[in-house]
Design a protein around this ligand. Structure first.
Ligand SMILES: Nc1nc2c(ncn2[C@@H]2O[C@H](COP(=O)(O)OP(=O)(O)OP(=O)(O)O)[C@@H](O)[C@H]2O)c(=O)[nH]1
Ligand SMILES: [Zn+2]
Length: 201
């Protein structure tokens, strides 16, 4: 199951997007007027709207409800968060797994589901993997707020696997530290240990 959100509201300019898809079909050597693909421009525009729905969402919405818990200051880590995103260079999908952790401030605990929801908001945009990773950590640290937040992402990029250099087994790993993780090597080690011990389902 891919981390996602429910806002797939079509952005403005939907009709223009369908015309653009017809242009791309022609560019690819395909006749866009063939009856069998009559609905394809509409489908492609809807799919793009779906995969970029994160632009129409405010990630901070998922950080509003906190559960105060006196004395809760240990690291919370959620791993195995599946996501799919679009690379901003080629508009081709990349997908993989994120592990997200934070150290609560003043006992401000998040509901566990909110971490995958946050990943989904940032993934459903045009991205580079490094920025996706950093945005997740920074948003939790600054907007929850938390003492610190960390994120590691492991992903395969179809722009690398199916075209160009065609390396289907190349996996890109990125990580980002925010707040207390920046100058706490022990916390970083604990976080990475938990991320790496996650079974790859
Ligand atoms: N750092 C980073 N690079 C990415 C990401 N996704 C795709 N890229 C790279 O973006 C680069 C774009 O390079 P260009 O040389 O402008 O594009 P290109 O001619 O299509 O390059 P090739 O992919 O090597 O064929 C490529 O090297 C991609 O592998 C990402 O998430 N992070
Ligand atoms: Zn790409």
């Amino acid at each position: 199951m891919i981390a996602s959100n429910t806002d797939t509201t079509a952005p403005q300019g939907f009709a223009d997007a369908c015309v653009a898809v017809r242009t791309l079909l022609r560019f690819a050597g395909y006749d866009p007027d063939q009856p069998v693909i009559r609905d394809t421009p509409d489908r492609v525009a809807r799919a793009l709207a779906d995969m970029t729905a994160g632009y129409r969402e405010d990630p901070r919405v998922y950080l509003e409800r906190v559960f105060p818990e006196q004395g809760a200051d240990g690291m919370v880590v959620v791993s195995g968060i599946r996501f799919a995103s679009l690379c901003e260079h080629h508009m081709l999908p990349f997908s993989g797994t994120a592990t997200v952790g934070y150290v609560p401030r003043d006992g401000r605990l998040l509901g566990l589901s909110k971490l995958p929801r946050l990943v989904g908001v940032f993934a459903r945009r045009l991205q580079v993997q490094e920025r996706l990773t950093a945005q997740i950590a920074r948003t939790i640290h600054e907007d929850l707020p938390a003492e610190g937040a960390a994120c590691v992402v492991s992903a395969t990029h179809t722009c690398v696997s199916v075209r160009g250099v065609t390396q289907p087994h190349a996996v890109t790993m990125t990580r980002a530290w925010a707040g207390s993780f920046r100058d706490d090597p022990e916390a970083r080690l604990e976080f990475l240990g938990r991320a790496e011990s996650t079974p790859d389902w």
